[in-house]
Ligand binder design. Structure first.
Ligand SMILES: Cc1cc2nc3c(=O)[nH]c(=O)nc-3n(C[C@H](O)[C@H](O)[C@H](O)COP(=O)(O)OP(=O)(O)OC[C@H]3O[C@@H](n4cnc5c(N)ncnc54)[C@H](O)[C@@H]3O)c2cc1C
Length: 505
């Protein structure tokens, strides 16, 4: 029998797992190596007092039949086993401005989305319709399922358009512009930087359909792991790769921090490109490439307040809230310490016993890494727990109190409804995801230099590939799409895409 080709994947984020599951299904022998006790990277969950909390991913788009993420998950055979629920079709997001009663609703489905905005801004009807049509068009042009029908030149245009400038040209009403970018925490949008394709692809996936997990985001990672193992592969936990070793122009093996050597024919790295190249022992990765990657900016991090509510105390709303304490909805990550937070997102989990009430919730606000830098030499994860110190605990407590005070302005019974709280900071994300600075979405995309900050999945070493949020786009949807393209380095892209599409028929 012919020996199967060995694929070694470093990291079990959505990028590593989707690539692993595709390649395992395609007949390769896949081994995924994950440094953490739990697989999934940003898909990890944690449990406190029997309540499940998502560490990062709170909602995903594109999971309706015929939509992109559905197609991939369906092909991989995990779609029917997901326990997900749709957010309110008329308001997956409620955009609110501090001190204002009104909630602006972001609806699902383009007709609903358009109707809801026109309802609030009738004078902007034409612009709203044009905007929606363009978002749909951009999403189509960038869809992997239109791979062979897209004109590269047409597509590249959207890499070089500034989102803010585009919206300023299209709309007159300042409030409407703010609402359109009201959920910009899902892509950490920056005025004068974020390219239109990033805004469009993220927005489009949630307008198409927006879903929350009934039993936590880790179910995606568990199901993908099952696909890999059922197809003869392995997902090994608590295995940290320390070196990637090249000989005669090829990566021959990776070495773990305990000295174990794992051989392979092809290697995929699901971790940050900078960390990847720092692990590679090879003269083939030139300094020019290293320096280019080193200069790239990473996105901001966040502080999360995870709340367990007293039973039947806090009313459930099947929508995510995005709240702004400033009129300038862009750049709320660029706050002065004393004005933190300038925005927050509020994700609720319905009670399983009394569905009209919220059982637990996460409130997320941007936080700069600098705020926690003084504790960066501490490391605290579940498979190697340590204390970061009393001053760190005090810092978290102060931030939690401040956030509760701010959120209570919109939700006056918040404080009284809280049973207990748990917090995470940029250091939590640094330690669990293995990034240098707790960056939530990886390398920042800039419309002014698209070629510099879009990283190719190919490297100078022809059997080492990159996968994950630092390449084309972040988010479960974006990373899963680019994982298909990364697999195209080994299998024929067109036939893989055709197979995925045929599967749906
Ligand atoms: C706070 C937060 C909120 C978010 N909210 C959403 C959301 O609601 N919806 C959405 O779609 N997206 C959301 N995202 C973005 C999304 O989660 C990410 O873009 C995506 O999950 C990243 O996937 P990835 O494959 O790039 O890898 P990651 O998830 O970053 O995983 C990388 C994996 O590699 C492992 N690793 C690192 N170094 C090593 C090593 N040396 N050896 C072995 N393993 C290693 C890590 O432990 C980790 O498991 C959020 C992200 C964050 C942080």
């Amino acid at each position: 029998m012919r020996k199967k080709i060995d694929i070694v994947i470093i990291g079990s984020g959505i990028g590593g797992l989707v690539s692993g599951a595709i390649l395992a299904k395609e007949g390769f022998k896949v081994t995924v190596l994950e440094k953490n006790r739990q697989v999934g990277g940003c898909l990890q969950i944690f449990v406190r007092e029997k309540h499940i909390f998502n560490s990062s991913v709170h909602y995903i788009g594109g999971l309706e039949k015929g939509q992109n993420l559905y197609r991939i998950f369906n092909y991989l055979g995990i779609m029917n086993n997901l326990t997900i629920e749709k957010l309110d079709v008329s308001a997956s997001e409620r955009i609110i401005f501090h001190g204002e009663e009104k909630e602006y609703l972001i609806a699902q489905g383009y007709p609903n989305f358009v109707k809801s905005l026109i309802n609030d801004f009738p004078d902007e009807e034409i612009a709203i319709k044009n905007y929606a049509a363009e978002m749909e068009l951009i999403a189509k042009k960038f869809s992997i399922f239109e791979f062979n029908n897209t004109d590269i030149f047409e597509k590249s245009k959207y890499l070089t358009i500034d989102t803010k400038a585009y919206l300023d040209t299209l709309f007159k009403n300042e409030k409407l512009k703010s609402i359109i970018v009201g959920n910009n925490m899902v892509y950490a949008g920056i005025a004068g930087k974020t390219p239109l394709f990033v805004h469009a692809l993220v927005i489009n996936s949630y307008i198409e359909s927006a879903w929350i997990f009934a039993k936590g985001s880790s179910q995606i990672a568990k199901l993908l792991t099952k696909v890999i193992t059922e197809n003869g592969g392995a997902v090994r936990r608590n295995v940290k790769v320390a070196k990637i070793v090249e000989k005669e122009g090829q990566i021959k093996f990776v070495k773990t921090d305990t000295g174990e050597i794992i051989n392979g024919d092809y290697f995929f790295s699901n971790i940050h490109p900078l960390q990847t190249i720092e692990m590679v022992e090879s003269t083939l990765i030139r300094n020019l490439y290293k320096n280019r990657i080193k200069t790239l900016e990473n996105s901001v991090s966040v502080f999360c307040l995870n709340i367990i509510f007293k039973p039947n105390s806090f009313k459930y709303t099947n929508s995510n809230y995005c709240c702004f304490l400033t009129e300038n909805v862009w750049d709320t990550m660029d706050y002065k310490k004393e004005e933190w937070p300038l925005s927050y997102s509020f994700f609720q989990t319905k009670s399983t016993i009394s569905p009209n009430f919220t059982e637990s919730a996460t409130i997320m606000a941007y936080m700069k890494y600098d705020e926690v830098k003084k504790w960066e030499n501490t490391h605290n994860v579940v498979n190697s727990p340590t204390e970061r110190g009393e001053d760190y605990e005090m810092f978290k407590k102060q931030k939690a109190n401040k956030l509760i005070e701010i959120v209570s302005i919109k939700f006056p019974n918040l404080q009284d409804s809280i049973k207990s709280i748990y917090t995470s900071t940029p250091l939590t994300f640094k330690d669990y995801m293995g990034t240098d600075d707790g960056s939530i979405y990886g390398i920042v995309k800039d419309y002014k230099a698209p070629l510099q900050n879009m990283i190719s999945s190919r490297t100078k070493i022809n059997n080492l590939f990159l996968v994950g949020q630092n390449l084309a786009l972040h988010g479960v949807h974006g990373v899963a799409m680019s994982a298909v393209i990364s697999c195209g380095n080994i299998v024929d892209t067109t036939s893989l895409i055709n197979k995925i599409m045929d599967f749906e028929k």
